[in-house]
Design a protein around this ligand. Structure first.
Ligand code: ADP
Ligand code: MG
Length: 246
């Protein structure tokens, strides 16, 4: 699937919240490291999508965010690039990353297909860095997921059920978690994962919302999602809506 950039010249973007960092117009303005820039070029990306223009500086500024944008608008890269940039800060070395075996970033998406797509993007954009991305989902052996994690994992991509199984078995350290990304949040609620998400943010060892950065993505913005945002995000979170939001 490609992106139709012509459509974006006329698209409506609505932002709310205080102290909004200015949008960027090009990848260069994000000031990412050379390795990330190389990976962007290798992926063939030359222009930012609207959600990327706003989200990348918001996330780089350390702010919590709720973003609503239609499927296919480039939300994955919108959160992956700034998170990888954070992990690459100060040119972190392989030895430091080996030490850091617990995830600094947890990304949750509702289905195996969706989380696997995110994982593949995480692999693609972390190519040539010390960042190790891991994916876990149900329908595979729990032991396999656990081994993946204990071998060292900086970015953990997970479905909600499998993530909570692993946390229940105390096979994962959560104290390093700096980023929590909930993708396709509306779909997660529709599929009945609301309780899992609530358990996740309140489980022992999980950094509080003040200690972590939380990013919520959704294709729609119904009342339940607004409530979720109020509960999961810092009160000064920024809201970004692209296109028609239901
Ligand atoms: P969403 O999560 O909003 O549904 P994705 O992040 O899956 O969208 O992106 C949709 C497709 O567009 C993917 O194939 C992705 O690689 C591609 N893509 C994302 N950003 C860009 C960009 N800036 N330029 C070109 N292609 C892009
Ligand atoms: Mg997506």
């Amino acid at each position: 699937t490609g992106i139709n950039f012509d459509e974006y010249d006329t698209i409506l973007v609505e932002i709310s919240g205080h102290d909004l960092p200015p949008a960027i117009l090009t990848f260069e303005e994000a000031n990412l490291c050379q390795t990330l820039n190389n990976n962007i070029a290798k992926a063939g990306y030359t222009k930012l999508t609207p959600v990327q223009k706003y989200s990348i500086p918001i996330i780089l500024a350390g702010r919590d965010m709720m973003a609503c944008a239609p499927t296919g608008s480039g939300k994955t890269v919108a959160f992956l690039l700034p998170i990888l940039a954070y992990m690459m800060r100060d040119g972190i070395t392989a030895s430091r990353f080996k030490e850091l075996q617990e995830p600094e970033c947890i990304i949750v998406a509702p289905t195996r297909e969706l989380i696997n797509q995110i994982y593949l993007e995480a692999r693609k954009f972390s190519y040539g860095t010390c960042v190790r991305a891991v994916v876990i989902y149900g329908g595979t052996q729990l032991g396999h997921s656990i081994r993946q994690i204990v071998q060292g994992c900086n970015v953990l991509c997970a479905t909600p059920g499998r993530l909570m199984d692993i946390i229940g078995k105390e096979k994962i350290g959560l104290k390093q978690v700096k980023y929590l990304v909930l993708d396709e949040a509306d779909q997660m609620l529709d599929m009945g994962f609301g309780p899992e998400m609530k358990k996740l943010i309140s489980c022992p060892g999980m950094p509080t919302k003040e200690q972590r950065q939380t990013l919520l993505f959704s294709a729609t913005f119904p009342e339940e999602i607004q409530r979720l945002a109020g509960e999961f995000l810092k009160s000064d979170y920024l809201f970004v809506a692209v296109g028609q939001v239901g």
